[in-house]
Design a protein around this ligand. Sequence first.
Ligand code: MG
Length: 235
Amino acid sequence: MNDAFVLGVDLDGVVADHTRRFRDILAEIRGVSPDTYPLERSWDFGEWGLAPGEYAALHRTAVMDYDLFRTMDPIQGATDALWRLSDAGVWIRIITHRLYVNWGHEKAVGDTAAWLDLHRVPYRDLCFLGAKPEAQADVYVDDAPHNVEELRARGNETIVFDQPYNRRCDGPRAHDWAEAEELVHERVARHAGRVELQLPGIDAGSDRLPRHQGHLSQTSATARRTPLSGLDSDP
Ligand SMILES: [Mg+2]
């Protein structure tokens, strides 16, 4: 049995910048400027003017012919935050629903693993799951409104990773990875019954001991300058 605190992390729109890379590929396919397709988009890409059913075919082309899953940028701060959480003992379980590309599973799985290696994303499990509530994590971070709703409906604590298409979802909401890290830390502390945590976004804290010692020596210097009241009256 796994006693570790398990963080279920979605990839697209949470760790990997899916919208931007898909936008750039689509612009390349159609020979137009990427600005044609706004990054502030709805879940159904309504702002991009795609015909009904067009998304699936374009997305498949992007994955199979333009290496979409291998060429996305990581979302800023994701990798460092996941490393700090992993170092703190959190079990990182990546949960993604990327097997919607029929007959493209080898490509989808291979490119996903290659991308995770390339960007040094830490993880202990990599799950390709459609039914996310079955992933048995202590807390989830996801951006898809339907995932957030389904996870919560089944009693799973879920942090919404802020994206234009999920603003109607209730919090807790992380606007970036610094906030996500803090929200996860709070839950880890609750889980472990501990409260003392390093502030997220601040590096290893290797100067903690000298700072503490500095504080102590300052305190004793102050004490030396301030005679104890009992000695004050001594002649
Ligand atoms: Mg997602």
